[in-house]
Write a protein that binds this ligand. Sequence first.
Ligand code: 5GP
Ligand code: ZN
Length: 113
Amino acid sequence: MNDCIFCMIANKDIPSKIVYEDDHIIVFHDLEPQAPVHVLVIPKKHIGSMDDVQPEDAELLGYLMTKIKDIAKTLELENGYRLINNCGEDGLQTVKHLHFHLLGKRRLTWPPG
Ligand code: 5GP
Ligand code: ZN
C-alpha cells in the first residue's frame, strides 16, 4: 500500500516524531494533537481498519495491546489515559491504516462527541 500515509511513516518515507518502534509496531505523535499527549499506535503491517482484521492478525494485535502500558509509562501517563480506535464512516476514521489514538495529560470527557 504505497499510497498509505501511515505505511509511509512506518517506512520513514515521510517524517514523524517517533516515540517508540520495534519490528511490529510504531508509535508517533499525532499531527493535530487533541490532548497534551496524543500519539498514534500502529502495526507496521498495513491493515485498513478494525473491519479488516483477520484471524492471522491476532498475535500482532495482541502484541500491540501488551505494549500500550509500556508506551504509557514512557509518556508518563501515570494518571491514566484513553485508547481510541475510529472505524469507518460513523467512527470518523480518516486514515485507512489501523491505528489507536493514545491520549493523556488532560481530564477527558465521556461520552465522546
Ligand atoms: P482517524 O481520524 O483516522 O482516527 O485519525 C487519523 C489521525 O491521523 C488524525 O488524528 C490526524 O491528525 C493524524 N494524521 C493524519 N495525517 C498525519 C500525518 O501525516 N502525520 C501524523 N503524525 N499524523 C497524521
Ligand atoms: Zn498502510
